[in-house]
Design a protein around this ligand. Structure first.
Ligand code: GDP
Ligand code: MG
Length: 206
């Protein structure tokens, strides 16, 4: 580790699924800090977790809306020659149009309750499909994150499906919209952005 500053790499040593829970009240992560992964169904949350840790610990699906639980994982890693652990939480996708409004509202209440009560959360990774446009529901989420002073970043997913020009344009749009927040580009297929996000997370949970 250089004496000029803390090392911010995150070299994964081990990663495993712990349990699925439905509410904050079931949380039992001890002293571990946490990183949350949120976003629409099918945006690539589970794929991103698997690609970050280079193991298949989260179940992925091509049919949206499959995950209705919060899945908890523990990740052992090395950062600056020091062994550490952190918890990842994979959230059920919000805004899925095929579920009824009342169901989607109860999911939202569950997510809000979990995030606001859990003081171990160091950052929220909000995944957004690069091919989509921001809609009213996304605006509500952004407002809620800002209102509650939550630390978050945006990850534009599935970049392997877009041209370089479109990627740059969408990234700038988000950067302008969210002012000082980090906006990452990512692909679970090619590994684009992996190093940057691991480094961001290592800093966030320090
Ligand atoms: N091309 C491409 N497909 C992806 C990527 N990430 C996820 N997918 C696909 O998108 C679908 C949903 O992924 P999943 O991780 O289950 O999304 P989740 O519902 O947000 O957890 C699956 O068919 C994945 O194979 C990516 O980076 N690139
Ligand atoms: Mg999933």
């Amino acid at each position: 580790m250089s004496p000029s500053g803390p090392s911010t790499d995150m070299r994964i040593l081990n990663a495993e699924f712990v349990k699925s829970i439905v509410s904050y009240e079931e949380t039992n992560n001890g002293p571990l800090t946490e990183v949350c992964f949120i976003g629409r169904s099918n945006v690539g949350k589970s794929s991103m977790i698997n690609s970050l840790v280079a193991r298949k610990i989260a179940r992925t699906s091509s049919s949206p809306g499959a995950t209705k639980l919060i899945n908890i994982f523990t990740i052992a890693y090395e950062s600056g020659m020091v062994k550490k652990s952190v918890c990842f939480s994979d959230f059920p996708g919000f805004g899925f149009s095929r579920v009824s409004r009342s169901v989607s509202q109860s999911w939202q209440a569950m997510i809000e309750n979990y995030i606001l009560k859990n003081k171990k959360i160091r950052t929220i990774i909000w995944l957004f499909d690069i091919r989509r446009e921001i809609d009213e529901l996304d605006e509500m989420l952004i407002e809620w994150l800002l209102e509650n002073n939550l630390n978050f970043c945006v990850v534009l997913t599935k970049c392997d499906k877009e041209t370089q020009g479109a990627i740059v344009k969408k990234k700038r749009l988000f950067e302008t919209y969210l002012k000082n927040r980090h906006v990452f580009t990512y692909s679970s297929k090619t590994g684009l952005g992996k190093k940057e996000i691991l480094s961001y997370m290592a800093k966030a949970v320090e």
